[in-house]
Design a protein around this ligand. Structure first.
Ligand SMILES: Nc1ncnc2c1ncn2[C@@H]1O[C@H](COP(=O)(O)OP(=O)(O)OP(=O)(O)O)[C@@H](O)[C@H]1O
Ligand SMILES: [Mg+2]
Length: 472
């Protein structure tokens, strides 16, 4: 294993040298800096595992150094050395994210122990992050699981447009896989070796969001202690994924429109135009068209954003994806929780097929994780699934007896068709289009599921009851 690198920062050169000598003997690679500013320069040039720093220093002091480090891409842990009279400062430092502090005069054994513990924690954290990374290998094509025909068609379109500059708008309910699809598009484009940068318009206040997106110049507002690049600049040459675009404020919408039209940005508080070469992918979980109609979203921006439109259907409209997704999550969580679950029992699959999945794929992922943990045997049985899923499945079921897979699928298919018909006011042309089937197929299925009678009997509400009667 490569030796760990430590940077010792103290304005007293004797302290620096003696710590260097001691830590070198312990097997660490040690460098020193006599003030905060030169420490910062060193960190910018090479990575350190740990920084051991005095707090009181002329110029950039220890606390300032810590704050500056946060803005850098450094994973270094920081331990402060402080005089007895300055423990308040050390406590503040811990609140700001320092790992620990030790007091002067330095007790060598205590220092060595603290360093060792910090480095151990750091490597655990790294293992954990790389495990997470391995479990979400974005670059693997087979990571995106689907079997449904609507998804196949969507993916065909994705492959056609992936390697173009076209701005993409992904719509879909929460948890349908919008973020995953955005990453996938980036991976399929020739920008894949350049950054993929994500930002959500829903999570931040307007001012913060603006400075995150466009960056700011030093002094632009209180707390802007140095120039900062925004996400657009970070994504240069690559892709920016703007999630929850429907939440963008009117002011931000104007700024985004400008980037889309002119391909330039301006940092907050700055007056220089910075050209950016970025592919833009946006996502929304509400209909942007409706937002436009309600005058909450600019129409001109809508057309700029919606060059290619990808609508991910909710999970309840692509039931054939449930089995492959469940299988995929079982494999994944076997790994995480050291289990050896082989798959779903037929009855458990039936339960999953009957449920409505308001939380879509994310909800399925959580359910499978729990089931993998709780499963007593090799196969997941209905009893390992959450009660609300079992119960809701029973409610919407034509009978309480075990269904064959065909029956379960037929039942679900009927429900989906019925919903589509109601959504399109029983216009068969529109409904067939929405379902991705021909009018004849729709007609035949309506006959098979006795949906013609259903309409005539005026069965609008009480869908489930009618279904029971019709199928039962
Ligand atoms: N087709 C798929 N194959 C494999 N995993 C999927 C698929 N679709 C979604 N997932 C997984 O489901 C979870 C939710 O997906 P994701 O975060 O992309 O959804 P989202 O639509 O962006 O959600 P939100 O609206 O909350 O932002 C993630 O863990 C993702 O990896
Ligand atoms: Mg998302």
């Amino acid at each position: 294993m490569a030796p760990k690198k430590i940077l010792v920062v103290d304005d007293d050169s004797i302290v620096c040298e003696s710590l260097k000598e001691m830590l070198t003997l312990e097997g660490y690679l040690v460098d020193t800096a006599l003030d905060g500013a030169s420490a910062l320069d060193k960190v910018k040039q090479e990575p350190f595992n740990l920084i051991l720093s005095d707090i009181q220093m002329p110029g950039l002091n220890g606390i300032d150094l810590l704050k500056e480090l946060k803005g850098l891409d450094s994973n270094a842990f920081i331990i402060f050395i402080t005089g007895h009279g300055h423990i308040d400062g050390a406590v503040e430092a811990i609140k700001l994210g320092a790992y620990d502090y030790i007091t002067k005069p330095i007790d060598d054994t205590r220092l060595k122990f603290t360093i060792q513990r910090a480095l151990e924690q750091q490597s655990l954290l790294k293992d954990y992050q790389s495990l997470k990374q391995r479990l979400k290998p974005w670059d693997l094509q087979d990571f995106l699981k689907f079997r449904d025909r609507k998804m196949e068609q969507l993916l065909e379109l994705v492959h056609t447009i992936a390697d173009t500059q076209a701005t993409v708008l992904i719509t879909g309910e929460s948890g349908t896989g919008k973020s995953l699809l955005a990453k996938y598009i980036h991976q399929q484009s020739s920008r894949k070796h350049r950054p993929f940068v994500k930002i959500s318009c829903g999570a931040l206040s307007e001012t913060l969001l603006e400075s995150e997106l466009f960056g700011h110049v030093r002094g632009a507002f209180t707390g802007a202690i140095r120039d900062k690049k925004g996400k657009f600049e970070e994504a240069h040459g690559g892709t920016i994924f703007i999630d929850d675009i429907n939440s963008a404020s009117p002011n931000l919408q104007v700024k985004l429109l400008r980037v889309l039209q002119e391909k330039v940005i301006e940092r907050v508080g700055g007056n220089t135009l910075i050209p950016v070469d970025v592919r833009i992918i946006c996502a929304t979980n509400t209909s942007l068209q409706e937002e436009v109609a309600r005058q909450r979203f600019r129409e001109d921006l809508y057309y700029r954003v919606n060059v290619v439109s990808l609508a991910i259907p909710p999970l309840r409209e692509r039931l054939s994806d449930i089995a492959p997704l469940a299988e995929h999550f079982i494999k994944q969580f076997n790994l995480v929780h050291r289990r050896k679950v082989k798959g779903l029992s037929k009855s458990a699959l039936q339960v999953l097929l009957r449920y409505r999945w308001p939380g879509n794929v994310r909800e399925l992922e959580n359910v499978i994780e729990q089931a993998v943990i709780l499963s007593p045997g090799e196969f997941i049985i209905p009893e390992s699934l959450p009660q609300f899923i079992r119960e809701s499945a029973v409610c919407s079921l034509p009978t309480n007896t075990e269904l064959t897979l065909d029956d379960a699928l037929g039942h679900a298919e009927k429900q989906i068709i019925l919903e589509a018909l109601e959504r399109h006011k029983w216009n068969r042309q529109l409904c067939a289009q929405a379902l991705g089937i021909s009018r004849t197929t729709l007609f035949n299925k309506m006959k098979r599921f006795q949906l013609m009678e259903h309409r005539r009997s005026g069965g609008r509400k009480g869908t489930n009851r009618n279904l029971h009667q019709a199928t039962g």
